[in-house]
Ligand binder design. Sequence first.
Ligand SMILES: Nc1ncnc2c1ncn2[C@@H]1O[C@H](COP(=O)(O)OP(=O)(O)O)[C@@H](O)[C@H]1O
Ligand SMILES: [Mg+2]
Length: 251
Amino acid sequence: MAKSIAVAGKGGTGKTTIAALLVSRLCQEGKVPVLVVDADADANLGPLLGVTPKKTLGGLRETALKEVKNLPAGMTKANYFELGFHEIIEELNGFDLLTMGRGEGPGCYCYLNSLIRKFIDDLSPSYKWVVMDNEAGLEHISRRTSGDIDALLVVVTENPLSLQSAISIGDILSDLGSRIQKKYIVTNMIKNNNRREEITRRLSRLQMEYLADIPFDPQLDDYIFRGDSLISLRDSPAADAVAQILKTIGG
Ligand SMILES: Nc1ncnc2c1ncn2[C@@H]1O[C@H](COP(=O)(O)OP(=O)(O)O)[C@@H](O)[C@H]1O
Ligand SMILES: [Mg+2]
């Protein structure tokens, strides 16, 4: 079974960057294939890995609503979605990318959500790792459209609002029961060393282990500014910290 890591936290804390660094490192270490799930409506993860996603689950949902009433004879709704899901997955060198895209409009999507979850659960065994980038609200995790998770990294920065988000995430998670094996706090881009301790103290009531500190990395910042794929990033302190994270959770 694939090992799965999900990244969560307030917008701007570096979730997508960290998810991309995780994928990059796994590819560099040959721990492939990796299933990359971009579960943030903004869909920024593909571009950091050098891919512009063509199709999204949100798009499939929209067309499905129109077409599902006129399916060809012999095709069930489930067959239709299964085909659609396979078309959304982009196969790249070392990893496949599944982009969730925009969230749901009005209406009940329970049936589709359960299909999505089953699809991801069925897919997972063909991969060594699953890496998932989330939006702050954890929509896909709380709607159970994401499959089970071995390690959740909750990213915080010096922005006090990011600590508030971590606390809200803690609350959402405690309602979800045991679908997430391990929950961790990761600090990112901390400029003032004294604050690291203060941050972990403020978050100590959450049942999350403090896993790692990822430094602000000017080279990484340049890569992202230029639009270069993080797959080729090497000799970077932030990438090294992410490698250490994989060592800890990968066993
Ligand atoms: N460790 C880091 N070093 C340098 N820049 C970083 C680092 N982490 C994140 N960034 C930058 O911070 C910004 C926000 O990161 P992003 O991953 O998009 O956050 P999120 O996905 O949580 O909204 C981006 O411009 C990214 O380049
Ligand atoms: Mg993001």
